[in-house]
Design a protein around this ligand. Structure first.
Ligand SMILES: NC(=O)c1ccc[n+]([C@@H]2O[C@H](COP(=O)([O-])OP(=O)(O)OC[C@H]3O[C@@H](n4cnc5c(N)ncnc54)[C@H](OP(=O)(O)O)[C@@H]3O)[C@@H](O)[C@H]2O)c1
Length: 262
């Protein structure tokens, strides 16, 4: 292991496939790291290596944790729709004087044959469903199901990893499953349940993209929730491999401090 690599200790903010890929790459390169999960999913897919689970307790507490744990680099590989942790991580990294890198997979782009209706947030998605009604497949995740709870004139196929614990629309079935999903299964699911409308966040990535192709093939309209704003003026990577390269090729740690943008 080179001195440059040994001098680092990376915090991967995770909960995504990219974060697990990065953990594998850093482990293979002998870079010291720890992964962090929020603890939302009951049986999370764990990355290789050391893992801590649970919130930090806000920006100041995260900054303290970074210092206490000798972190030199934060790679924020949280989900594009995890809108609170990312600004927290940017601020905490600045306060603690550690390098921050945002690893976010590219958004999906509308292609030929896609019948997308783009909306700015989950409440706007619920409004769009309420005016359309019909048979709806909801793939926005457990935490967003409650936004659709008041809709009585639509039937929902709600696909989630864990059973939602909040309010749900009255006409529904809950399908518990976890990706990745293939095109044949997605086509069959949409057909079997005679789905007329699909609702998704623009999460991006390959693991859950097949539903969009299947919907396009079947001429099904898709309500696509746009991503929240990403932080500005930060280093970014679109893949785990790029993030690993940025860590391995990054400047040597001088006194453990970056203090970029403070
Ligand atoms: N939102 C989604 O659609 C979605 C989809 C797939 C996976 N995920 C993953 O699930 C996690 C939670 O998502 P969310 O939307 O509830 O996040 P969020 O609203 O951005 O974060 C809420 C709070 O949860 C804690 N937290 C979030 N991610 C954390 C992490 N990786 N390690 C430690 N604490 C974390 C932080 O608590 P403190 O303020 O106490 O530090 C944060 O303030 C994220 O890590 C994300 O990558 C989210």
């Amino acid at each position: 292991m080179s001195d440059r690599v040994r001098s680092r200790r990376v915090l991967i903010l995770g909960g995504t496939g990219e974060a697990r890929d990065l953990a594998r790459l850093l482990a293979a390169a002998d870079v010291p790291f720890v992964s962090s999960l929020a603890g939302r999913v009951r049986n999370p897919r764990l990355p290789v290596g050391e893992v801590r689970i649970g919130g930090f307790g806000g920006v100041d507490a995260m900054a303290e944790w970074l210092t206490d744990n000798g972190i030199t680099d934060v790679v924020d590989a949280t989900h594009p729709f995890a809108a609170r942790i990312t600004p927290h991580a940017v601020s905490a990294s600045r306060t603690a004087g550690v390098r921050y890198l945002r690893l976010a997979r590219p958004a999906w782009e509308q292609g030929a044959g896609d019948r997308w209706v783009r909306v700015p947030d989950i409440d706007a998605a619920a409004d769009a469903v309420a005016v359309r009604g019909g048979r709806v497949m909801l793939t926005t995740g457990r935490q967003d199901v409650a936004a659709f709870a008041a809709i009585r004139d639509a039937w929902f196929l709600i696909r989630v990893v864990d059973e939602p614990d909040g309010a749900m629309p009255p006409q529904r079935i809950v399908l518990r499953s976890r990706g990745p999903y293939g095109i044949d299964d997605e086509r069959r699911l949409l057909r079997d349940h005679r789905i007329e409308l699909l609702v998704t966040k623009n999460s991006g990535g390959a693991m859950t993209a097949a539903k969009l192709r299947a919907a396009a093939e079947l001429g099904i309209e898709v309500i696509v929730v746009d991503r929240p704003a990403e932080p500005e003026d930060v280093d970014t990577a679109g893949t785990a491999a790029d993030a690993a390269d940025a860590i391995l090729d990054g400047p040597p740690v001088a006194d453990g401090q970056y203090r970029r943008g403070v």
